[in-house]
Write a protein that binds this ligand. Sequence first.
Ligand SMILES: [Zn+2]
Length: 499
Amino acid sequence: MNSALRDKYEVVIGIECHVQLATKTKLFCGCDNDSRDSEPNIHVCQVCLGLPGTLPVLNQRAVELALRLGQVLNATYPENYHTKFDRKNYFYPDLPKGYQITQFDEPVVGPGWVEFPLDGETVRIGITRAHLEEDAGKLTHPEGAAYSLVDLNRAGTPLLEIVSEPDIRSAAQAKAYAQELHNLVRYAGVSDANLYYGNMRFDVNVSVRLVGATELGIRSETKNLNSFKAIERVVEYETRRQIVLVDGGERVKQETRGWNDDKQETYSMRSKEDADEYRYFPEPDLPPMVITRAMVAQQNDGMKETPNSLRIKLNEAGMPSNESEVLISDPSAARIWEEVFKLEPKYARFAFTWLIGDALKLAETSKMSLSESGISESSLAYVSTMVGEGKLSSTNGKNLLAVLWQEGIGLGANKPSLEEGLKRIEAIAEKHGLLQQSDEGELAKIVDEVIAANTQAVKDYKAGNQRAFGALVGQAMKATAGKGNPPVINKLLRERLDS
Ligand SMILES: [Zn+2]
């Protein structure tokens, strides 16, 4: 598409995001909420199977987690806020009751906003609402079979649907917004937000209009995306498709679309239902709820950090802002970095670099997450300190952390003092031959030997050949098996040769 045509139009994007809440049990019954590796139809009961005569009982924890997320979405609550559940009626084989319990006009979370940095600017996206609802079951269609299979383990699991305002204006913003929501739900501790398992799924609404127009164009909704890249691609694809249609004088159909990742294109699934086709009405089996300010305030407890408060800290600590996003997207790594920073602020840069590089590689090769690895904030702080003080080269600092990771050596629940911890880590480094040799007396002996054995290089250096000096440093490093402290070796050589 030529840029003149592209520039004639503005793209308007809104995103709906379904988050599976991290409760122990389902939204309206006592069945297990986590069935990702279970046999089909194990975690079911009369309630989530929708058997006649059964009644739903609301899971209090789901409401608490919704209020908690409301806090990070900057939602405000009037005193005695009224919220209720409604029935959304439709028939589908994965929905045994013939209706879904959701919230229509009085959602548990009202208007709010999300703010995040993008390309050096702060972007603010309005949040329309977030409401609680139960998930449906799962259908599979075995290839070539004349039947489909229904698994109701997922039926009745608690979802929070977060609806944004149509404030998003580009594919990059759409992707960054989705990433920030992913950060927020994990920092608030309301969901595992595992994209692979579909714990967080995105529906992306896209429409286009002439630049300067105030009325919204007709939108398409592409459903069930579970990667940030797919969100970006969907926006790019739909923008192009719709501009070509509209500019050619055709109408965009209001419809639900899917994303074909192999072909990198969206495809039509069905025409979009209007709200009145669902015949919403208040759920008669659940009483309405009144949310007090005290209930909301209670959910603030223990909420230590948000992605934005961490961004400020990382910036103040002088960490590079583009790489900071890598650390922020991993809350457990970010927590460890903060603790290291508290213990040893001047050496936290080594920890930062390790956490966004080697730690991710180690997690991948060992199939073990950072939090499972036994690397604690104190062990990382001690290793950072040793690197900062020249007891370890930064390469051997990384090697030492790899040893701690692979051998699962933690420092135990009773955190030792800095001195005691350092001693223990040093002993491990020594055992593996990783300690840097900084002792001037010992290194001086080696330097003297190197000078005696390399008379030609010494002559060359004294004649002004700087490369000969590098060769001498190399010889000395070799003699220490790579463990000599390079600045000390440099200093000793210069003292002897320049005098
Ligand atoms: Zn159940």
